[in-house]
Design a protein around this ligand. Sequence first.
Ligand code: SF4
Ligand code: SF4
Length: 521
Amino acid sequence: MSNPETRDWSAVVEDGATKTNEPVSSAVADPEAATRRHEPHEPPREHLPERLYEKREFVHNKRIDGPFRRFKWFVMVVTLAIYYVTPWIRWDRGPYAPDQAVLVDLAHRRFYMFGIEIWPHEFYFVAGLLIMAGIGLFLVTSAVGRAWCGYACPQTVWTDLFQHVDRFVDGDRNARRRLDNAPWTWGKIFRRAFKWTIYLLIGLVTGGAWILYFADAPTLLRDFFSGEAAPIAYITVAVLTLTTVTLGGFMREQVCIYMCPWPRIQTAMLDEKSLIVTYKDWRGEPRGSVKKARRNPGQFGDCIDCTQCVQVCPTGIDIREGPQIGCITCALCIDACDRVMKDIGRPRGLIDYATLEDCEREAAGEAPRSPWRTLLRPRTVAYFLIWGGIGGALLFALGVRSHTELTVAPDRNPHYMLLSDGSVRNSYTLKLRNMESRPRRMEIALEGLPGAVMWTDAIGKNDAAASQTVTVPADLVRQVRAYVALPAGTKAQAFTFRLTSLDEQNESDEVTTRFDAPEEQ
Ligand code: SF4
Ligand code: SF4
């Protein structure tokens, strides 16, 4: 550890800029201490930052091929396909419900997802899914580090897409850098206009796909282009087009490094047993070219300082400086370095997925542990059990939920009425919920109220009986005014309304309420 007593705190002026050895953070003040505490393999920092804010250098990452790049392609195609195609998948729910497989029907307050239909009073299913998504992220992070950031996060996927557009229009890294620095000519203006038009189209398709989740996709698309869609549809598409182009086309890695809170949370969740992309400095240092290494055997490590790992990095960082928040663990630097190692005939894996614990073992000459021990450890198993438990509970609740529901609200003003024949009448507002996508006949019966009869606004008093049958429209709540009467002399008492569906499902629901009567009777 460097001694604060002997540290040089002086400031000097070089080229008009003040440079000082005064620390800007505890990590900079004592890099070795920070290294030992959090980042055992980070090489000591040699230079202090000259200023706290550095002008952004646009990242022009180089094309690379390899197993991780191909996996990234696969995830990108699958996630984009899911996003753009899902609103067009049809799902037959009969004539009374929409036939779009995934639909957030705000007008009718329903969420459809294939065979599942969620009503507003069942929002706990959505809450459960959100909790599962959160715990799923914890699970993935503790098992394989920032895999979400590296492969599946929308910011990563769209940034990757925009970077491919750059490569398609302007060429690979060097050509793009040259074009950036070149003066504005008609050729450059044309290329920029062409590229930004593609950006805009991607943004438009992205925003356009989003609104299709909220209405019947073919109808909305037709209305959108004929100018008959609701203003909110145009506003939403405009906002999403703008944000997609801004975040994916221009801000890119800045979102991951400065705007997104998730890297900070994830960093706190990683431990020495989490898989991260690591440069094995004990193997790579000191760096030196192949020629130098040949001339001085045993003097140099495996890193030939070719900077291929830096050039392919989509966030523009140098992983050889140690784990850092800008690393989204996309592993493209592994592909790049493995290729270099192959070309110069050295073993792959100078940069690799590894846990800090394994790095220490490897550096000490011991064999790394099995990857299963990384994946199957108490923390990941606990996350998985919680995640699976919530999923199981949601599935169970979905499986046993009734599609028939009854609510009862007794009239309280007045509590009862005395009819001309001396009988006592109470009034109730019943809500009959039919969650099936077809009309259903349902029976409302009185239980625990001997001698009582019931009628409704639609069924006259002459047809009063202990039970009545009504039809509830598909996928709706039908409100019914029910009148219950008992002969004179009845006392106040509790009783039950029972609602039963008269179909093969024979579902039922019941509500116990109160029949009020004058005390003297
Ligand atoms: S790609 Fe490998 S060899 Fe080249 S600079 Fe990076 S770590 Fe060193
Ligand atoms: S350092 Fe490697 S793993 Fe990290 S973001 Fe860059 S290329 Fe991806």
